[in-house]
Design a binder for this molecule. Structure first.
Ligand code: NAI
Length: 246
């Protein structure tokens, strides 16, 4: 499906990002998987995929730093010669009520989740427009749609992605580039494992399909948006949340 294509996946070595990396690599793409910390986890993922005959490279970097984003994109272009897909998946949360949230807590989350996507897009956009094709998917969150107590910074960063995605989608629609958001609900990853069990049980009780989502379910939606056949979908927010927010 994606033979000859090159995908950059930020935070692509664990959780949802690792599932996206695996899904795209299995579809035949070369995946340039970014990671910030956790070189061992990244190496283990890469070794497993290479053993299955998949094509993957690892790129350490910090999406909160524009120079680091530019360097990672240069690395991938030097090695692979092209970038077809960018998946902005890297994200963090620093959960506190607004009254307890420091200015640093606010900026730390905005810098990774929203500015990080901007820096990565800035770094690849000229390449994609020069080639007249490209696919960008930003991993947002149901929290960007609904808001959540203790997650004002996270919610702002994730709903900020909606406006950013739609504006960019308009700017590049005639250049052969689509830009979309995938907004997962509660997915069974380390990020959700840090939620206290009692809170999680309450959350699951509110999910219409009655369970957490799987990272692979998010990954398959990302893969769909990257396919040639999805070329008429741009500026969209694809919810993958078990019906939690409609
Ligand atoms: P995770 O914590 O397992 O993975 C986050 C990834 O982002 C890691 O690979 C980490 O290395 C990377 N990262 C963090 N800061 C970085 C930085 N400064 N530079 C480069 N990479 C950095 O989280 P998970 O659950 O896999 O989440 C992935 C994305 O999905 C995030 O954007 C998250 O907000 C979003 N999401 C997750 C949901 C969930 O239920 N797990 C629900 C909705 C959205």
């Amino acid at each position: 499906m994606f033979t000859g294509k090159v995908a950059v996946v930020t935070g692509g070595c664990r959780g949802i990002g690792a599932a996206i990396t695996q899904c795209l690599a299995e579809a035949g793409a070369h995946v340039a998987a970014g990671y910030n910390r956790g070189a061992e986890t990244a190496e283990a993922l890469a070794a497993g995929l290479r053993a299955e005959g998949r094509s993957i490279s690892l790129h350490q970097g910090n999406v909160a730093e524009p120079d680091s984003c530019a360097r990672v994109v240069r690395e991938v272009l030097d090695q692979q010669g092209r970038i077809d897909f960018l998946v902005n998946n890297a994200g963090i949360n620093v959960d506190k009520t607004v009254r307890k949230m420091s200015v640093d807590d606010w900026h730390a989350v905005l810098r990774v989740n929203l500015s990080g996507a901007f820096y990565m897009i800035k770094a690849v956009l000229n390449h994609m427009t020069d080639r007249g094709s490209g696919r960008i998917v930003n991993i947002s969150s149901v929290i960007g749609q609904s808001g959540n107590i203790g997650q004002a910074n996270y919610a702002a960063s994730k709903s900020g992605q909606f406006g950013f995605t739609k504006s960019l989608a308009l700017e590049v629609a005639r250049k052969g580039i689509t830009v979309n958001c995938v907004a997962p609900g509660f997915i069974d990853t380390e990020m959700v494992a840090s939620v206290p069990k009692a809170v999680l049980d309450t959350v699951i009780g509110r999910i219409p399909v009655g369970r957490l989502g799987q990272a692979s379910e998010v990954a398959r939606c990302v893969r769909f948006l990257l396919e040639d056949e999805a070329g008429y979908i741009t500026g969209a927010v694809l919810a993958v949340n078990g019906g939690l927010e409609m």
